[in-house]
Design a protein. Structure first.
Length: 85
């Protein structure tokens, strides 16, 4: 039962990754807007850029992890499909 629940928290497809990254982007822009009102001027703008930059880095890492998992799965499947000599 815990494995079934745990699978809900695993990103398996690019579609799921896009949804997660979109949610992160919404949160970061809301937080960035708050930084701009709390810290007017350059510092607030830099903080806004930092929050959006973090989403770009997180999104890239998510996509890299998906590609790595896909390659590992394909290697396992290719290894198990080999005929025994």
């Amino acid at each position: 039962m815990l494995k079934k629940i745990g699978r809900l928290f695993v990103i398996k497809t690019k579609w799921e990754a896009y949804i997660i990254i979109y949610a992160l982007a919404l949160g970061c822009t809301a937080r960035g807007a708050q930084y701009i009102t709390d810290y007017p001027g350059r510092f607030g703008q830099l903080m806004f850029l930092a929050t959006t930059g973090a989403v770009f880095l997180a999104g890239a890492k998510i996509f890299d992890a998906l590609a790595y998992e896909r390659e590992a799965r394909e290697a396992r499947e290719a290894g198990s499909a080999k005929p025994e000599n």
